[in-house]
Structure formats: structure tokens, C-alpha cells
Write a protein of this length. Structure first.
Length: 189
């Protein structure tokens, strides 16, 4: 663990999307013996982050998530609505955020984000070489980055990527390019 760890760590699995391009609930797809909503949570636990799920009310009920369900406070803005709901819970912890549609992620990939934490860094994200952009759906958000996101969201900025770029951001390389491959369509399944 890094030497400078000012706050504890929560995990957020983004599962609340409509999965319209996939044609079925991405969070329920089984790639490695468990539905992605469970597999992603196991990765977070392996990094010391207790998982919460940004999900729909139906998912929260079906999965019996109780107070671990994070329901959108301001729906209609995709993953930004999920981030907004999680970050609105308070700033006592950093959030390790992962989308449910990254079946190639492993615990070591999330540990790399956690281990990159240090004083003066607001967020840690991977550089996706395929898109030549940072990937905000696999990122670690310290309280300062969360506050920036909430201010931006209130001002009508719903791009997590743009908010991350405005923070003191540490960009890191993935262990392999395929780690950041996400599954958004049935063809990519």
C-alpha cells in the first residue's frame, strides 16, 4: 500500500446502464464463472475496497444489495449519474470505480491504481492506447476529484473524462492493452 493514504477506500461497480447496445443486462453476463456484477465486486474486495453498486432499483432488489445499492439521484446522464450518486454520499473515502463491462480486468490491475495513490494526486486513471484517452470507468477518485466532479455536474458537465483531466491526475499504463477492452455490444461479447 502507498505511504500516503489519507482516506479509506470504497469500491463502485457501475452496473446501472440500460445495456441497449448489448441487448441484455451487461452486469448479468457470466465470463469467468460469475455474473459481472459479482466478479467486479470480488476484484474490488481483493484490493481492500468494500463494493457498492451503481444500479437500478430493479437490480438492487434482484441482487439483494440493501444499503450497498447506489441509485441515481439525477438520472439520465449515464455513468455520470452513478458517479454523482456515489460521490454525493460524502467525501470520507476515495472511490475505486470500475465498469461492469471490463471482463479482462484482474485484481492486479486495480491494485496498480491503488498503489499509484500519493499526496497531491486527486485521481489515478489508465491510459487506453486504443482510444489514446484516459479511461474514467476504471479510475480511483480521491475526495478532491469527487468535489470537482460534483461542482462540474451541478454546472452541467457530465463528462467524467473532462473532469478527471481538470484534476491533479496521475495517468498510468495498463499491464497489457487488452485489460481495458470493454464489452458494450453483443458482437464484442
Amino acid at each position: 500500500m502507498p505511504e500516503h493514504q489519507p482516506v479509506s477506500l470504497h469500491g463502485l461497480v457501475l452496473t446501472g446502464g440500460a445495456s441497449s447496445r448489448m441487448g441484455r443486462d451487461k452486469a448479468s453476463i457470466v465470463y469467468h464463472g460469475a455474473p459481472q456484477w459479482q466478479a467486479a465486486a470480488a476484484l474490488l474486495r481483493a484490493c481492500g475496497a468494500e463494493p457498492f453498486w451503481s444500479c437500478s432499483a430493479v437490480q438492487a432488489d434482484e441482487w439483494k444489495l440493501g444499503d450497498r445499492a447506489v441509485l441515481d439521484l439525477v438520472p439520465g446522464h449515464g455513468p455520470a449519474s452513478g458517479l454523482h450518486a456515489a460521490f454525493s454520499r460524502g467525501h470520507a473515502a476515495a472511490w475505486l470505480v470500475i465498469g461492469c463491462d471490463y471482463p479482462r480486468l484482474e485484481a492486479e490491475d486495480l491494485r496498480q491504481l491503488v498503489n499509484a495513490r500519493s499526496a497531491g494526486i486527486d485521481a489515478v486513471a489508465y491510459l487506453n492506447h486504443e482510444t489514446n484517452e484516459i479511461d474514467p470507468m476504471i479510475a480511483l477518485w480521491e475526495p478532491a476529484a469527487q468535489r470537482q466532479f460534483l461542482r462540474s455536474f451541478t454546472d452541467g458537465e457530465y463528462s467524467a473524462r473532462r473532469v478527471l483531466r481538470s484534476c491533479a491526475l496521475r495517468v498510468i499504463e495498463p499491464r497489457a492493452p487488452h485489460v481495458l477492452d470493454n464489452r458494450n455490444t453483443a458482437a464484442s461479447d
